[in-house]
Design a protein around this ligand. Sequence first.
Ligand code: FES
Length: 111
Amino acid sequence: MNKYQYHLFVCTNQRPATDPRGCCAEKGSEVIRAALKEAIEKRGLKSKVRVNQAGCLDACAMGPSVVVYPQGIWYTVKSASDVEEIVERQCVKGNVVERLLMPTPWARGST
Ligand code: FES
């Protein structure tokens, strides 16, 4: 049994601007992380959903990267409206948000 129903890890890794790999921080992942935390708190979901920052999740080109465990679902979350959709549809209703899945074969995890 898991303590949390959903554990969201948000990559906030930062690299120098000269690094060709780029990073999630330069794409606004810290703002995304803060917005996710705020949305979870606003809905009273803190006992059920946890948001943590993470280092590089090795999906840099598809970031800002967010992975949801234990399901192992990988999302690209770019905006405030994306955040609202993840929280409402994934964390409240338990549905995968198809339009925000990373374009990889493993994005759906164990769902
Ligand atoms: S820098 Fe975010 S996944 Fe690599």
